[in-house]
Ligand binder design. Sequence first.
Ligand SMILES: Nc1nc2c(c(=O)[nH]1)N[C@H]1C(S)=C(S)[C@@H](COP(=O)(O)OP(=O)(O)OC[C@H]3O[C@@H](n4cnc5c(N)ncnc54)[C@H](O)[C@@H]3O)O[C@H]1N2
Ligand code: MOO
Length: 338
Amino acid sequence: MKVIRVEDAVGQVLCHDMTQIIPGKVKDAVFRKGHVIEEEDIPVLLSIGKENIYVWEDVEGRLHENDAATRIKEASMGKNVAFSEIKEGKISFTAEIDGLYKIDKDLLKEINSVDQVIIASIHTNTPVRKGEKLAATRIIPLVIDEDKIEKVEKILQGRDLFEVVPYRNVSVGIVTTGSEIYKGRIKDAFGPVIKKKFAEYVAGEIDQVIVDDRLEMIEDAIKTFLGNGKDIVVCTGGMSVDPDDMTSTAIKNTGAEIVRYGAPSLPGAMFLMAYNGDREIMGLPGCVMYSKRTTFDLILPRVLAGDRITVDDMVSVGHGGLCLDCDVCRFPYCNFGK
Ligand SMILES: Nc1nc2c(c(=O)[nH]1)N[C@H]1C(S)=C(S)[C@@H](COP(=O)(O)OP(=O)(O)OC[C@H]3O[C@@H](n4cnc5c(N)ncnc54)[C@H](O)[C@@H]3O)O[C@H]1N2
Ligand code: MOO
């Protein structure tokens, strides 16, 4: 690559996009890579601060930023991810479907540790919609040693860096506990909230029964849903410390495998995660009905994407597990659960 003065550049071919920034108005390439410079371009180039420009000379073992970014893109692409055209040396990745975005954080760090290579991403396990931004890559200099890109390709060989996992079709049973609802003292407000939360991700059949605060009644209702082939059973209320709070014991009494009762995220600390074989049983405390977002919102998209929730998953939500209850909730685009 050779440097020449702009005034001497007529007839030369630009070897990278050239960006004009006018704050609040424009940030775009005024000239694209490959453009042949004409006399009238000279004042424009000077106005964006270019007195000298690079002219491309092919050198063995060195790659142009566009070729390097393209190779990183090819090595890192996972399922259900789309990519943009190259602009100013950058390739962006977007979701091809609604689903759960997953990126291997360790791999990402390994790639970003290769000098002059960057991939920036949103958090792993973020629920995303078709077309939403996921990540972007570029290299830092205009040309890079090819061996750095080969190193990235070697790190990624046979492994997906990121993907969007589709949600599964599920049938759901809601067991709503509470003598006040069972005896008709108040109207159920939990069922509609849970149905709305599922509907954010999947369409599907959701049944509900309302039971009294009695151990056997709750246990039987869970077992009936399981017997009827429900994929997921969600129990609402009765999850904290009152003598009438029976739900966690009733779930245990069904013989379910309890992953964890209690999560380091607020609201939703009294959340319970359990399994009957590969079917989920979740205990939801009263705050899930009342608060904008809770532990349930962190776990639900993962369950729907087919993740088997582990103790490690549950205890890891503590870092970022405090919802700030913002006036305008932007979940999942916030710190909650990250
Ligand atoms: N001393 C303590 N008090 C509380 C604790 C604690 O650890 N120590 N935990 C708190 C947390 S955290 C939560 S969350 C709440 C609620 O826990 P529960 O799951 O036991 O909720 P309930 O007692 O069943 O109900 C609370 C409230 O919500 C109303 N409710 C419940 N279900 C329905 C429904 N289906 N439709 C309409 N309304 C419903 C219920 O009538 C109560 O008013 O406990 C904290 N307290
Ligand atoms: O911790 Mo409760 O289950 O947050 O409101």
